[in-house]
Design a binder for this molecule. Structure first.
Ligand code: HEC
Length: 429
């Protein structure tokens, strides 16, 4: 273990990543799909000489630039901040392999930022054809940035069938294409929801109705594409990961249930929007957007949970330890950053905290170990990976394993002693 742990036992690093990452992913998929909407709608407005629509696009472009540039950039930097603090070993391993791919990603961001800024400031100043060309440059760069990051994210889950030797093998790994298709469809869906929400706030109700109908039909189409793409994605996963997604992981079962409700709610809402666009007021449109966020969250959470017990599938566990480490070797002497105060606490921090909190909302270890006595828990810890394949094996000596069990059972709330017992024994504790 080369890094100290940023220890926030009540919140958990995973929760922090989830909050920032899901917000960022939501915004960045909007950034990919929204550009396409701008270009399509602007083309439509020019062809039909539709001034009302053109006015809408101008305003929407401003909103789009604010959300994607300001909030997108803030949350993007936020992701780097949080992953490098919460998963330093995993982040470093990814940078080692993909440093040039990341460089390409930053160049694409730069092209996006320049193109969309020029696009925003040249409405009415450039001939339609040129203005649209700038819009298309933005669209291409933003989709390519999805293409590029998709290779890195999918590599974490499916590093490739054989041991990856080249960057191309790692990049075009077994889930690269299904994930790209799925994310492209999700980008279409989410950006459609954003356009509908913007339309709901537009005062020209006739135009708002037309826009809602068009965007809802496209969003519906994108959702129809996302479902088979999701299935293809699932089928491209290695068998043990597939079995986690299909029910072996309680976390994923709960998350997918939420995702299914979100899909159902979106289908109903979008059908209503196509059928009766005038019915879609601000609350419904905003609820649609919130449901999109929930759907995205459940997809990302499932993907992260499906990778367990790894941060990089097959090579590094979620707690940053490499899989080839000998499990029975004493652990703490290897950790320059551990404190000598409590072996149990340090073992929890370096091995379990990656997925468990202490008294927090997410996967609280105090709740999970309720009812286990020290001996049972110590025995359980020796079998962690065998009983629950989504947990890494415990690494350490028998003495350390017992110290962890002692520490964890010591956290259990003490049962209240009835007052009558106290009176009988005649002494206060
Ligand atoms: C890669 C993530 C991960 C790591 C690391 C991890 N766990 Fe878990 N653990 C889980 C998940 C997920 C659950 C199941 C949560 C649920 O039921 O929803 C779980 C459940 C448990 C349970 C409840 C019993 C059960 O079978 O569900 C115990 C006990 C436990 N973990 C102990 C530990 C200990 C001790 C460590 C550190 C040595 C550890 N875990 C490290 C992910 C992890």
């Amino acid at each position: 273990m080369n890094y100290p742990v940023w220890y926030l036992p009540a919140i958990g690093g995973g929760t922090l990543i989830a909050i920032i990452a899901v917000t960022h992913v939501f915004i960045s998929h909007f950034a990919v799909g929204g550009g396409l909407w701008l270009v399509l709608l602007e083309t439509h407005a020019w062809r039909r000489q539709d001034k009302a629509l053109y006015q809408f696009i101008r305003r929407f472009a401003r909103f789009f630039v604010f959300v994607t540039l300001v909030l997108g950039a803030l949350t993007g930097v936020g992701i780097w901040f949080v992953i490098s603090l919460v998963q330093p070993a995993g982040t470093s391993a990814l940078i080692h392999r993909f440093v040039f791919i990341w460089a390409a990603e930053w160049v694409l961001f730069l092209v996006e930022i320049v193109a969309i800024t020029v696009y925003l400031h040249t409405f009415d100043r450039l001939p339609a054809r040129r203005h649209l060309t700038i819009g298309r440059v933005y669209c291409t760069a933003s989709w390519l940035s999805l293409f590029v990051i998709n290779g890195i994210i999918t590599f974490m889950l499916t590093p490739s069938a054989a041991a990856p030797t080249s960057i191309a093998d790692s990049f075009f790994n077994p889930t690269f294409w299904p994930s790209l298709l799925l994310r492209t469809c999700l980008a279409g869906l989410l950006s459609g929801l954003f356009v509908s929400a913007a339309a709901a706030f537009w005062t020209d109700r006739d135009l708002a109705g037309r826009l809602t109908r068009i965007t809802a039909s496209w969003s519906l189409l994108a959702l129809c594409g996302a479902l088979p793409a999701g299935y293809w994605y699932l089928r491209s996963l290695p068998a043990p990961v597939q079995s986690l997604v299909e029910g072996a992981s309680p976390t994923i079962v709960r998350t997918l249930a939420v995702g299914r409700w979100a899909v159902l709610a979106l289908v109903i809402g979008l059908l209503l929007a196509v059928w009766r666009p005038a019915r879609i007021g601000k609350p419904v449109a905003l609820a649609g957007l919130a449901t999109g966020l929930v759907l995205m969250g459940s997809f990302e959470w499932t993907r992260e949970a499906a990778r367990r017990p790894f941060v990089l599938h097959g090579s590094m566990f979620s707690n940053g330890l490499r899989v080839d480490r000998a499990t029975a070797d004493p652990f703490l002497p290897d950790i320059p950053w551990s404190r000598a105060t409590s072996a149990g606490r340090e073992l929890f921090k370096f091995q379990c905290y990656a997925c468990h909190t202490l008294g927090g909302v997410n996967n609280d270890i105090i709740k999970r170990t309720r009812g286990m006595d020290e001996a049972t828990l110590a025995a359980y810890i020796s079998q962690l990976h065998a009983i629950r394949p989504f947990m890494p094996p415990f690494m350490g000596s028998d003495e350390e394993r017992r110290a962890l069990a002692t520490y964890l059972t010591g956290l259990q709330p003490r049962p209240a002693i009835p007052a009558s017992n106290l009176l009988q024994s005649g002494s206060l504790p």
